[in-house]
Write a protein that binds this ligand. Sequence first.
Ligand code: URA
Length: 224
Amino acid sequence: MEKSQIVIRAKPSPAIDLLTEAKSLSALAGQEAECTRCPLYKNATQVVPGEGSPQARVLLIGEQPGDVEDRSGRPFVGPSGKLLDIALERAGVERDKCFVTNAVKHFKFDPRGKRRLHKKPDAGEIDACRWWLDRERALLQPGLIVALGATAIRCALGRSEAVSQLRGEIFDLDGGAQFLATVHPSSLLRLKDESDKRQAWRGFLADLSKIASWIEKDEARAAR
Ligand code: URA
């Protein structure tokens, strides 16, 4: 069977009653600001909710806010975000057509003097924050969910899968939407060797260009 014919089964989440819960993404952001579902809220400056048009058909999921995002309250505006913007543009994807969020919505870090060093969220923190991603999905009803890196994959699917197993293919999700995984842009920033960097960049653009083709087909379908 072709990889793309496989339906990915996500771990089911408890049902969401949108009649009794937040009815808009901006109301949801207000609720997220009060989040105490895991201890990360204690040291972060603020929550960083998802951002973008409520009509976006693509949901782009990162890992967690970094230092710049934590201070500004906006996702993907620091170094990884700048690289993501360039990559999206080169791949032909308008960021405005995506709702951009993170798996974990508070910055996790190790204080080192005046610096705050990014620390990977653990499975418990990702699973606790899945609550918010589930609600973003319920309100947005995206047609394509894009996971940038392993943390985003875990949050979207409710279980861990290697990026290398899934990347670059569009799969059907059992909940109805489609799913694409690729690397997190910060993995490119960490590479030292020039030829590794070039290869990783090409691979990242190839994966993101699948979003551009998906949007094109989706818009053509909607216009029919
Ligand atoms: N900034 C974000 O908002 N998310 C990431 O995953 C990395 C940087």
